[in-house]
Design a protein around this ligand. Structure first.
Ligand code: FAD
Ligand code: MLT
Ligand code: ZN
Length: 485
């Protein structure tokens, strides 16, 4: 039973007074938000796809404060939803509608603790914004390569908790590959200091990998040792039009052989995706005179001043242009043009929002199966919902497609949303035929957790539940996320 506290803001009524007082003692006045105007941004996502209520929004400013809050929540059995930049795309950072859960925002835990240029490492707290970490690395002549459309708002903690991917995975890997060590507060408040900046460490199970990708369900990541790389000094960006996804995969094989690790970005997008960007994103224009069915955004990078990447990409595109595998191509002449071409790709997510509700499918299949998957899934969906708009794009060099859908223009929003489960199953069954994954980089959150029952083995699910039970026996960490009921 819960004691009522009518003297506090209505939000906190689900919490006993003595508990909110103790949280206030731990994090101080600045560490608690109760005014609805202040808490609103923590209780819905930017797409308006998820909404929740919270007993409190708590903003600790140190690992010790996170530890104090979790120890108390563990003792009292209070559920905790950890939140970074709240840019996630599957509802993982959103509390449920009960009003009993606490949102633990890490946005005040945002210091860069250390940069070791000789070891090529940077230690960042979980609430650091990704773009700030990229800038801090750049200031010492290094690259932190994780990069994505949300980098101005998402946090290192969220990137770790979702094992984020983005636009440079092809060359540098995803967040798991970019992390050497982490600091975690366990659900009972104990602090695991795993902040080791070692590239070799075979002393038993690699525990950091349990927490990376766990979407706030096993503990709170408070800091990480991140890998840095030489800063690229040379870059070439091209935008190519293609007749088909088959042609895109042929070009991928060709450019990989020709350019090796210099091939850093290889992003496919359909004409529908580009149309949305041209329609809704200010300052975007079609770089080509006529429309084409598919496009690729290709980026080469290198740190050697002798590399002539423009010449390399021209050579790479010449043969395919002659034999019709590439229909047209433009190569950025300078940084401003390169940024304009990237905006055509990175603007898709936001642009799609202007077209009404969207249903996102963040899937992966072997790179060689991308054309087959697009064919089969498109046919299956067009049968299922006539007029549905396929907004298909993604990091195809990693086998990752955002097979997103927008409703038929003349249909009702609510009707379309109501079909998300059924439509998801149509898409995911095709993914399964290609031994793919129903979440390549965004995670399961609340939107896909039930789906995994159909696509993971009983043994895999049992192992996941055992790990959860071991680390979070009272199940206070992000209930209703990741694991199916
Ligand atoms: P949140 O949304 O706040 O949280 C995400 C999950 O992590 C939740 O389950 C939350 O509980 C948990 N969590 C957050 N912080 C912690 C912590 N410190 N400890 C434990 N758990 C925690 N994602 C990609 O992978 N690749 C992309 O290319 C990409 N592009 C995007 C483009 C746009 C325009 C947008 C809006 C999003 C994009 N995303 C992409 C999704 C999103 O930005 C990433 O998932 C990002 O890693 C989430 O970070 P966040 O700080 O916003 O986390
Ligand atoms: C992207 O790569 O743009 C995002 O991960 C995809 C999305 O918003 O669906
Ligand atoms: Zn993506």
């Amino acid at each position: 039973s819960v004691e009522r506290n009518d003297t506090l803001n209505p939000l906190t009524r689900e919490l006993p007074q003595r508990v909110s007082d103790r949280i206030r003692d731990i994090v101080g006045e600045r560490g608690i938000l109760t005014d609805p105007a202040d808490t609103a941004p923590y209780l819905s996502d930017w797409r308006g796809a998820y909404k929740g209520k919270a007993a409190l929004v708590v903003r600790p400013a140190s690992t010790a404060e996170v530890s104090g809050v979790l120890a108390l929540c563990h003792q009292e059995g209070i559920p905790v939803v950890t939140q970074g930049g709240n840019t996630g795309l599957c509802g993982g950072s959103m509390p449920d509608a009960s009003g009993r859960q606490i949102v633990l925002s890490l946005n005040r835990l945002n210091r860069i603790r250390n940069i070791d240029a000789a070891n090529d490492t940077l230690v960042a707290e979980a609430g650091c914004i990704l773009a700030d970490v990229q800038n801090a690395a750049r200031e010492v002549g290094r690259l932190f390569p994780l990069s994505m459309g949300s980098e101005g708002s998402c946090t290192i903690g969220g990137n770790l908790a979702t094992n984020a991917g983005g636009i440079a995975v092809l060359r540098y890997g995803n967040m798991r590959d970019l992390t050497l060590g982490i600091e975690v507060v366990l659900p009972d408040g104990r602090i695991w200091d795993g902040l080791r900046g070692l590239r070799k460490d075979n002393t038993g199970y690699d525990l950091k990998h349990l927490f990376i990708g766990s979407e706030g369900s096993l503990g709170v990541i408070t800091a990480a040792v991140l890998k840095l790389y030489p800063l690229p000094t040379e870059k070439a960006v091209a935008f190519a039009a293609l007749p088909s996804p088959e042609a895109a995969i042929e070009l991928f094989k060709h450019l990989r052989s020709l350019c090796g690790p210099r091939l850093t970005g290889f992003e496919l997008m359909s004409r529908m995706s580009l149309d949305f960007v041209l329609r809704h994103m200010a300052g975007c224009t079609d770089p080509m005179a006529e429309p084409h069915p598919w496009y690729l955004l290709i980026e080469l990078t290198d740190s050697s001043p002798t590399a002539n990447l423009r010449e390399l990409i021209e050579t790479g595109l010449m043969g395919p242009l002659e034999d019709g595998q590439v229909l047209d191509a433009v190569i950025a002449a300078d940084e401003a043009q390169a940024a304009a071409l990237w905006k055509l790709r990175e603007g898709i997510s936001e642009a799609q929002n202007f077209e009404g509700p969207s249903i996102k499918h963040d899937i992966s299949v072997p790179v060689s199966s991308i054309p087959g998957f697009i064919d089969k899934a498109s046919a299956a969906l067009s049968n299922e919902i006539p007029g549905i708009r396929l907004v298909c794009y993604g990091h195809v060099g990693d086998g990752n497609l955002h097979f997103n859908l927008s409703k038929p223009p003349d249909s009702e929003n609510a009707d379309f949303r109501a079909q998300a489960g059924r439509i998801g199953r149509v898409v995911y069954d095709v993914v399964a035929q290609f031994t793919g994954s129903i979440s390549a980089e965004h995670g399961l959150g609340q939107s896909k957790r039930q789906d995994i029952v159909r696509y993971k083995s009983d043994l895999e699910l049992e192992l996941m539940r055992s790990i959860k039970g071991l680390l979070d026996p009272k199940a206070i960490m992000n209930p209703g996320k990741v694991l199916p009921d």
